[in-house]
Design a protein. Structure first.
Length: 277
């Protein structure tokens, strides 16, 4: 039904940033949005006759890039430095973006041939995951109606983590063990995307690093100190699907999701063992 990066638009998404006591900004992308509208500008203060830096909405903890494919490629690319290096440069001045920093982007699946601009491959590669959300089941939608009938649950959100605690958890994730067996299996999947006959451009080295990091985070959330091949197998479609380009013949025959599943199935999953040792 919908095509989105990371998450589909969620009502009151900004209020969810209260969970970590963080800052939230939202950008509604349209064709007339300029890069400076996102990063900021140096403007001349008429009172002091000096240039002052006015930061854009990008300096935040959680940034919602709403309908990002409605902006021009030039404007889309203004997020590249921030997403890769967690900093921006304005007129030669480098400004660090506070940690944690998360970009959540939605794409408009309607009118895909008019009024929208496909994201360049370099920017797609910087998104950690892509998740497609369909309509909920009838009983789930009914529950939504019941919950929102008399109140808005987002008004009652309370912080459960501080910004510093989130940063510390991010550091702990990097210490989750990824054995040689798991790394070899991960790389077999990456190379499988590059050698598939219906793939024009396979997954990058950044994609391999992203898949490893996602595996570590998933294992950490499961209370494990090591990543298993099954973790990689389950997470690979969400990390790799938006990072490959199919050949013309491939696009006519299959979807990216189908190709990624083929690649995964072609790789032999290592026998389960204690990968943390």
């Amino acid at each position: 039904m919908s095509d989105c990066l990371l998450l589909q638009e969620i009502q009151h998404f900004g209020k969810g940033s209260k969970v970590i006591n963080g800052d939230f900004r939202r950008i509604q992308f349209t064709p007339d949005v300029l890069p400076s509208d996102i990063t900021g500008i140096q403007f001349l203060n008429p009172k002091t006759h000096e240039f002052e830096l006015r930061m854009g909405p990008i300096k935040t903890n959680i940034l919602l890039a709403d309908e990002i494919n409605r902006a021009t490629p030039r404007t889309q690319s203004s997020l590249l430095e921030a997403m890769e290096e967690q900093q921006i440069t304005i007129d030669g001045i480098t400004i660090n973006i506070p940690s944690p920093f998360l970009v959540v982007a939605t794409q408009n699946p309607i009118e895909s041939n008019q009024g929208t601009f496909p994201l360049p491959e370099a920017q797609l590669d910087r998104f950690l995951m892509k998740i497609n959300l369909d309509f909920p089941m009838p009983e789930q939608e009914l529950e939504v109606l019941n919950v929102y009938q008399s109140d808005d649950p987002f008004h009652h959100i309370i912080p459960v983590l501080s910004i510093q605690e989130v940063v510390e958890l991010q550091k702990k994730v990097t210490f989750v063990e990824v054995s040689k067996v798991v790394k070899n299996y991960l790389m077999a999947i990456i190379w499988g995307t590059r050698q598939h006959p219906e793939v024009e451009m396979g997954a990058s080295t950044r994609a391999a690093l992203s898949l490893m990091r996602v595996g570590q985070a998933y294992a950490f959330l499961q209370g494990r100190k090591f990543v298993t091949p099954q973790d990689i197998k389950e997470l690979a479609p969400f990390v790799l699907e938006h990072r490959i380009i199919l050949t013309l013949d491939g696009m006519m025959r299959k979807t990216k999701h189908e190709v990624i599943l083929e690649v995964i199935e072609q790789q032999q999953v290592p026998v389960e063992m204690e990968f943390g040792k």
